[in-house]
Design a protein around this ligand. Structure first.
Ligand code: HEM
Length: 186
């Protein structure tokens, strides 16, 4: 049976079931301790998300291709900040469940429709490495064990997200949602 059940053209298509989510998490080695350490950092994330988003979008908006795509999508920085804020805070909510996985599938659908290529999408996670991880390491500088656990947990969860988003891209590309070669940044 296909891993995804009948993806529809709208953004609320059927998500992964609990078993499929668990299998992905096991494969990544993401366990309850990872979920707990991230959940314990929720308050830190809430206090620091705006600082991260400033840097994240200063970087993104310094690229002409990015600006053009956002304008073509009828979006703007404020809207992106809101969506990215909620995305980021969701990383610190504990064990991923069906709702979480579905929100990541939706991201795949939205970006495939907007013709943000997987390469471009995945490259943006470099900005999490560049800005968010150092903030996290600084916060836990004097707690090396927790620091290592938190960094590992966040890294695994971002890979979980990417795996779902890219599978959704593949589904939508196979279904012809993004015909022809999508945009690439130059
Ligand atoms: C770390 C990588 C990224 C993440 C986590 C991310 C996350 C999101 C999320 C959560 C949404 C809202 C989806 C929804 O409607 O439910 C969104 C929308 C959007 N994203 Fe991204 N995104 C990323 C990279 C990019 C890139 C590279 C571009 C452009 C080149 C882009 C352009 C957009 C646009 C134009 C929207 C529509 C916003 C609106 O509705 O006004 N994103 N993104």
């Amino acid at each position: 049976m296909d891993e995804f059940a009948e993806p529809s053209s709208d953004s609320t298509s059927v998500g992964l079931d609990d078993r499929q989510i668990a299998e992905r998490l096991v494969y990544l080695g993401f366990v309850q301790q990872d979920a707990d350490v991230l959940a314990s950092l929720r308050l830190w994330a809430e206090r620091n998300v705006d600082c991260f988003l400033q840097q994240f979008y200063d970087h993104q908006f310094s690229h002409r291709d990015f600006v053009e795509l956002v304008e073509a999508a009828g979006s703007d920085r404020q809207r992106l900040v809101e969506t990215q804020r909620s995305y980021l805070l969701d990383l610190f909510q504990g064990m991923p469940d069906a709702r979480y996985a579905q929100s990541r599938q939706r991201i795949g659908k939205v970006h495939a429709r907007l013709r943000v290529t997987p390469r471009w999408y995945v490259s943006s996670y470099e900005l999490y490495e560049k800005y968010l991880f150092p903030m996290l390491r600084r916060h836990l500088w004097f707690r090396p064990i927790k620091r290592r656990r938190a960094v590992a947990a966040l890294s695994k969860l971002l890979n979980f997200d990417k795996s779902i988003v890219l599978d959704q891209y593949a589904e939508d590309l196979a279904g012809g949602a993004t015909r022809g070669l999508p945009n690439e940044p130059h």
